[in-house]
Write a protein that binds this ligand. Structure first.
Ligand code: ZN
Length: 159
């Protein structure tokens, strides 16, 4: 379970960088925002993509990320956003993360111009040799709508 306060910080980051994808990672107590280095062409397998459809952590931030595994506050979850509003682990996400490349889970946040839509968390499965979805979060407004049993209008205000 990711603490609500940390999730809120990730959501704020995703909204702030839209229409570009945001990226970063979580430790047990903090959100570390990273710069999406996609425009620099640093992506190992999809350098042609723009920051609206790809992300890569590179340079000094990548070094700090790797070094953090040897500290008391190691990275636990790497996060990034999808600006089509859909939270899924793409084939490129899978290819970048598999191994697993780092001992982390992944969080993907769907965001559109209107705000947050959904989020999903993925963990490495040794059996499937792939990252698999372990939890999914619809927006609180969607939950509320379901509870109230009314209005099919999609309200996308997610805090
Ligand atoms: Zn992705």
């Amino acid at each position: 379970m990711i603490a609500a306060a940390l999730l809120a910080e990730v959501y704020a980051h995703a909204r702030a960088t839209f229409p570009a994808e945001c990226c970063g990672y979580l430790t047990a107590t903090a959100v570390v925002r990273c710069t999406n280095a996609q425009p620099t062409g640093a992506h190992p397998i999809a350098p042609e993509r723009g920051a609206d459809t790809g992300f890569v952590i590179a340079g000094a931030e990548l070094l700090a990320f790797v070094r953090a595994f040897d500290t008391a506050e190691p990275p636990l979850v790497v996060y990034h956003s999808h600006t089509n509003g859909r939270a899924y682990f793409s084939s490129v996400d899978q290819a970048m993360a598999e191994g697993p490349a780092y001992p982390v889970q992944h969080l993907v946040v769907g965001v559109t111009a209107a705000g947050l839509t959904e989020a999903a968390q993925f963990a490495w499965s040794a059996g499937e040799r792939a990252y698999v979805e372990i939890s999914r979060r619809p927006s609180p407004s969607q939950k509320k709508r379901k509870a109230a049993g009314r209005s099919r209008t999609r309200t996308i205000v997610w805090r």
